[in-house]
Design a protein around this ligand. Structure first.
Ligand SMILES: Nc1nc2c(c(=O)[nH]1)N[C@H]1C(S)=C(S)[C@@H](COP(=O)(O)O)O[C@H]1N2
Ligand SMILES: [Mo]
Length: 209
């Protein structure tokens, strides 16, 4: 605006003292939009055939139908998200089940834990995660966004939400988590993206620190 002092706008955008600057990882910019980034077509799995499975290295598994999944205790995380294509979105609101809750329920059914996991999805997308990155209140399987059902283009009926890592780790249309004996790169990781993807360390590509 013509009457807004130029100096104030510059200050807000650049000063490391502002709250916004502290929320923005290096090399990112804030957007108010919610871009859609999908490597393929949007799958449409009916809820009647949807399930979620956690499997261990010996093939033991725990499985939830959609209704059983809905009956699990829920969280409503509000988090900032960071895409490796450099947009970040602040204060996104979700509803779902924490991975802590899911892994505890799986353990009670005899599913053994392990240090590495691979998330798998309708459509064939995969992404690898360490156990440490999905436990301790840091990751969820979400089915609600902004007070409504998660739209298909954003991963509905359910997606992974791992907001402290780049958003490619938040697998859309997720259907399961599989424990692995050793870390195995997923879809983007095989194509040259970083194995972990911490936005605060700018772990964008394979070989970044
Ligand atoms: N199944 C699946 N999950 C995915 C992707 C994908 O192509 N397929 N893209 C990833 C990438 S690169 C990003 S940035 C986010 C984008 O989520 P959004 O479309 O809801 O913004 O989903 C991630 N999860
Ligand atoms: Mo992305």
């Amino acid at each position: 605006m013509a009457h807004e002092p130029f100096i104030a706008r510059g200050f807000r955008r650049r000063s490391p003292e502002t709250a916004e600057a502290h929320r923005l990882p290096p090399g990112q910019y804030e957007t108010k939009d919610f871009p859609v980034l999908s490597a393929g077509p949007t799958p449409r799995t009916p809820l009647s055939s949807w399930d979620f499975t956690i499997r261990d290295v010996d093939g033991r598994s725990a499985r939830w139908s959609w209704d059983a999944f809905q009956a699990l205790p829920r969280d409503t995380p509000t988090v900032d998200i960071h895409c490796v294509t450099k947009w970040s979105k602040f204060g996104t609101k979700w509803e779902g089940v924490s991975v802590d809750t899911l892994l505890a329920a799986a353990a009670s059914e005899g599913v053994a834990s392990g240090p590495f996991l691979l998330a798998s999805c309708d459509g064939g997308y995969t992404t690898n995660l360490s156990l440490a990155d999905v436990t301790g209140g840091k990751a969820w399987v979400v089915f609600g966004h902004d007070g409504a059902a998660l739209p298909p283009e954003h991963g509905g009926p359910a997606r992974l939400l791992v907001p402290h890592l780049y958003f490619w780790k938040s697998a859309k249309w997720v259907r399961g988590l599989e424990f692995l004996r050793s870390d195995r790169p997923g879809f983007w990781e095989q194509l040259g993206y970083h194995g972990r993807g911490d936005p605060w360390r700018e772990q964008r590509y394979h070989g970044d620190p």
